[in-house]
Design a protein around this ligand. Structure first.
Ligand SMILES: Cc1ncc(COP(=O)(O)O)c(C=O)c1O
Length: 449
């Protein structure tokens, strides 16, 4: 229960000045939902200001895959704070940052061995797009300026990211300012062909051939890069069909188009391997990462570039800057310290394998919801799963909001997007916690039927 001091602090709390991101601000502030005001986080649970324990069904926002407050990470950050609070990333560096890039490169597939730091996934996406454009220009193919994204994609909220992204609500307000010359592949979610698939759907590899159609339309000489999430997370866990990413890779290589994997959710273990690239057996030219790289402890994102891309930039006078791009907080020492500690845990505790094992429990649990009222599709892969609900007539999204609120009352924090419920619990979740999660969701589904 909330103690008296906490109760009065919350009673006095002015909610108005905070413009909450991706939130129904008016609804939130009107309802003052105390079960959504978090006081602390530890392990797989948040504790609300009321003292209620909430199981963290999405590892924060897909970022705290090891759970919260692992002392190995938090102590490393505290030590770093006492050693060097900040070191610029332009023209100087620290050994720990160089060492971190070596460690990240060693986990990445193929020749992806050059690491650039940003502070978020959105910045990582825009960085990768800029690298792709400049790479072609430096090679004398300045006409390659188009990007190909994909419907339903989420690539963050920068102008580059929303331009190649495919979630309409994130795009429509900003249409006039999006980068020009972007086209989109079709998404791969077709319930008529793949509803209730377990793991990768067997149908859909041919959708990659749509890239050939776009090449025929625009000509390869105008296309810089294709960007996709290996598994689409934010739209609600859309798993790539078998053979689809491999086919995209082939077509990109054939036409000299760079392939960018946005692995902001997939990277660092959740797919049962280090990256989606290895899990799905397709090596891109650039990988965007964030979130899991340091368990969401301190903002950090970045891009891992193939050696040929980096080498292309290394020309001109040696004293000249090769890439006019970077952020004040690129490779912030606290983020770097958290990343080293996180990578230690990922390796020592075999976290990718453990996400694979968690995936078996998730698959069993989420598919047990088949046949419950209004459940019209279920998807899963390794540490991620989701189910879709029939929208309430005339009020799309409302059934999922109600389910979200009902699940909170039962002690489970899940993620909704439109009428989809997405789950990506921490790898430390126990079998009984996963069982309890799905029994609570079963009850919530029935409660909102
Ligand atoms: C695939 C993908 N790309 C980019 C982003 C944006 O990351 P950030 O919110 O750190 O800018 C996200 C965030 O969820 C994501 O899932």
């Amino acid at each position: 229960m909330m103690d008296a001091n906490a109760a009065s602090a919350v009673a006095d709390l002015n909610l108005d000045p905070y413009w909450m991101p991706f939130t129904h601000n008016r609804y939130f502030k009107q309802h003052r939902p105390l079960d959504r005001l978090m006081a602390s986080a530890k392990g797989a649970y948040y504790t609300t200001v009321e003292g209620q324990q909430l199981f963290d069904g999405l590892s924060g926002l897909w970022c705290c895959g090891l759970g919260h407050g692992d002392l190995r990470i938090t102590e490393a950050v505290k030590r770093q704070l006492d050693t060097a609070d900040y070191v610029p990333a332009f023209q100087v560096g620290s050994p720990a940052t160089f060492k971190l890039t070596e460690r990240i490169a060693s986990l990445a597939p193929g020749d992806l061995n050059r690491v650039f730091f940003t502070n978020s996934g959105s910045e990582g996406v825009d960085t990768a797009l800029k690298m792709a454009l400049a790479y072609h220009r430096l090679r004398g193919e300045a006409s390659r300026t188009r990007f190909i994204g994909r419907e339903k994609a989420y690539h963050g909220v920068g102008f580059g990211g929303i331009s190649v992204g495919g979630m309409v609500a994130n795009r429509k307000m900003f249409a006039p300012s999006m980068i020009p010359g972007v086209d989109h592949l079709p998404h791969t979610h077709n319930p008529a062909e793949m509803a209730f698939s377990r793991g990768q759907p067997e149908w859909g590899a041919h959708l990659a051939d749509e890239l050939e159609r776009l090449v025929a339309l625009h000509d390869a000489s105008t296309i810089a890069a294709v960007i996709v999430e290996p598994l689409q997370g934010s739209v609600g866990v859309v798993v790539p069909p078998m053979g689809y990413l491999e086919r995209l890779r082939e077509i990109c290589s054939k036409h000299g188009i760079l392939l960018i994997f946005d692995e902001v959710i997939c990277g660092f273990g959740r797919m049962g391997d280090w990256f989606g690239a290895q899990a799905f057996n397709a090596t891109p030219d650039l990988i965007v990462f964030a979130k899991g790289v340091n368990n969401g402890t301190v903002p950090m994102g970045g891009v891992i570039a193939d050696q040929k891309i980096y080498d292309t930039f290394m020309q001109g006078p040696e004293h000249a800057v090769e890439l006019f791009h970077g952020y004040t907080y690129s490779g912030h020492p606290l983020a770097v310290a958290a990343a080293h500690a996180t990578l230690d845990i990922l390796v020592e505790d075999s976290i990718p394998e453990r996400f694979g094992a968690l995936g078996k429990l998730l698959e069993e649990g989420v598919h047990s919801l088949r046949g419950e009222p209004n459940v019209i599709d279920i998807r899963n892969y390794a540490g991620a799963c989701a189910f879709d609900l029939t929208p309430l007539p005339g009020a799309p999204g409302l059934r999922a909001v109600r389910l979200f609120e009902d699940a909170l009352k039962r002690g489970f924090l899940v993620r909704f997007t439109a009428d989809t419920i997405a789950l990506g619990p921490p790898v430390i979740s126990t079998e009984s916690e996963i069982h309890a999660l799905f029994e609570a969701l079963r009850a919530s589904i029935r409660a909102v039927a």
